[in-house]
Design a protein around this ligand. Structure first.
Ligand code: HEM
Length: 148
């Protein structure tokens, strides 16, 4: 009887933990800006590429799909202004930052569209070249327009 009660107690504690963890995760997402939410999709989709195996028959098809979903999210993210830019005082500096951040996202968008084509054409060499290009564009964009 005591054992059963202990099990019930431990079960309740575990459920409490699970509840807290999901509440924290949901809260974490609620804190994100719309741009961050879209960027997170871009990142998740591109990370999927690393897990794909070349031996898999659907390797290129799945790769093209993941990249397509990544650039679709990137395009949606471009409707928003980076928080750091939005908070700047009005003037030429702000307009330059806005245009420059859009330039970098636009280049990344074009690069990811090229990457989708490379997957569809099963061009391994091009896939490698294009992958390193979006990484350096991301680096520049984040260095200039995020707190990272
Ligand atoms: C494929 C390339 C890129 C990937 C994978 C990527 C990924 C991410 C991720 C994971 C976040 C954080 C989201 C979170 O907190 O959960 C983020 C935020 C952000 N990224 Fe990117 N990013 C890329 C390219 C760029 C480029 C080119 C820019 C140029 C402006 C940029 C600007 C930003 C900004 C400004 C934020 C913060 C959002 C805000 O201010 O509301 N990113 N990105």
């Amino acid at each position: 009887m005591r054992r059963k009660r202990l099990k019930l107690f431990l079960g309740a504690v575990a459920m409490g933990f699970i509840g807290c963890a999901s509440a924290i995760a949901a809260d974490d997402d609620a804190d994100k800006t719309p741009m961050e939410k879209e960027m997170k999709i871009v990142s998740t989709k591109l990370k999927e590429l690393r897990k794909m195996k070349k031996e898999d028959k659907a390797y290129y098809e799945n790769g093209a799909k993941a990249v397509r979903e990544a650039h679709e999210a990137l395009l949606r993210s471009m409707a928003f202004q980076p928080v750091l830019v939005k908070d700047m005082k009005d003037g030429d500096e702000k307009l330059i930052a806005l245009a420059d951040s859009r330039r970098l996202m636009g280049l990344t968008y074009a690069n990811l569209c090229e990457l989708e084509v490379a997957y569809l054409k099963k061009d391994e060499k091009l896939i490698g070249e294009l992958a390193s290009k979006w990484k350096s564009l991301k680096k520049e964009g984040h260095k200039k327009y995020t707190d990272d």
